[in-house]
Unconditional design. Structure first.
Length: 268
């Protein structure tokens, strides 16, 4: 069974440099799925997290879904790749959907490693665990086959309960890896087409997210295993992500390609 994927821009964060926050809408096989629920409104981010932001909030998700002819009330399932505030915020938009999350992530959201405390939010935790199980909240352990061609895989690394999603399309398997490798340079660290500062010594390997909870050797193994199980990998915070998949299909973006050209494709 094949699906279509649409990239949604949930907002922008200025963490060193300006970076987009993405979510994904998946449609096919009679279901409508959202991967991640976006970030808070920029005003809230700036006030609580002291980080400059743009866009965000429920409006961003509503407007982005609208571009693809969908309303939040039509979403059947929301997969939360993890509970960081920029991925799991706008749950009120989906009172009737089933949220799917990894058990380890729920535990970590309640008692995170101290270095990650600021990425979680108590009110968000309460919202999540107050939902009816399993109708509106399905807590999974390990991998989970959601539907034929739509697989949720347990990819701890960035957080202990991080999930990725593997989606069959008519061109091949798309790996929505979220923050396991938040940018293309995490997946192609030695590639001069990907970054101005290629790390040649990482040829044939991967660069874990600097924000991580897991042992780095295990983390790299998880990235390697994930990369082998998909045809293209789609990170959460790169600004060169195709909007329409499989129609737009790049295994990795090219630095030699004019970024405006990439953005033009995004506006299609
Ligand atoms: Zn994160």
């Amino acid at each position: 069974m094949d699906y279509k994927i649409r990239t949604l821009i949930a907002g922008w964060l200025y963490l060193g440099e300006k970076e987009p926050v993405h979510a994904w809408y998946i449609e096919g096989n009679g279901i409508k799925v959202l991967v991640d629920a976006g970030m808070p409104e920029s005003k809230i981010v700036e006030k609580r997290w002291k980080t400059k932001a743009e866009g965000g909030g429920e409006d961003a998700i509503i407007n982005e879904l609208k571009k693809h002819g969908v309303m939040p009330s039509e979403i059947d399932i929301v997969i939360l790749t993890h509970m960081h505030f920029d991925h799991a915020w706008n749950l009120d938009l989906f009172p009737n959907a089933q949220i799917i999350i990894q058990k380890e992530e729920v535990i970590h959201a309640i008692k995170p490693v101290p270095i990650q405390r600021s990425y979680y939010n108590k009110e968000l935790n309460v919202k999540l665990i107050s939902r009816n199980q399993p109708k509106n909240l399905l807590i999974i352990e390990g991998d989970y086959l959601l539907k034929d061609g739509l697989e949720i895989v347990f990819t701890p690394g960035h957080t202990p309960g991080s999930l990725s999603v593997i989606v069959n399309t008519e061109k091949g398997k798309v790996g929505l890896c979220s923050d396991l490798g938040p940018r293309y340079q995490n997946w192609f660290p030695a590639d001069s087409e990907i970054s101005n500062n290629p790390k040649r010594f990482l040829e044939g390997s991967y660069l874990p997210n600097t924000i991580h909870t897991e042992n780095v050797m295990n983390y790299i193994n998880t990235m390697e295993k994930f990369m082998k199980s998909v045809d293209i990998v789609i990170p959460a915070h790169d600004d060169r992500i195709p909007v329409h998949m499989p129609e737009q299909w790049w295994g990795k973006p090219s630095m030699s390609k004019d970024p405006l050209e990439v953005f033009a494709l995004k506006e299609e």
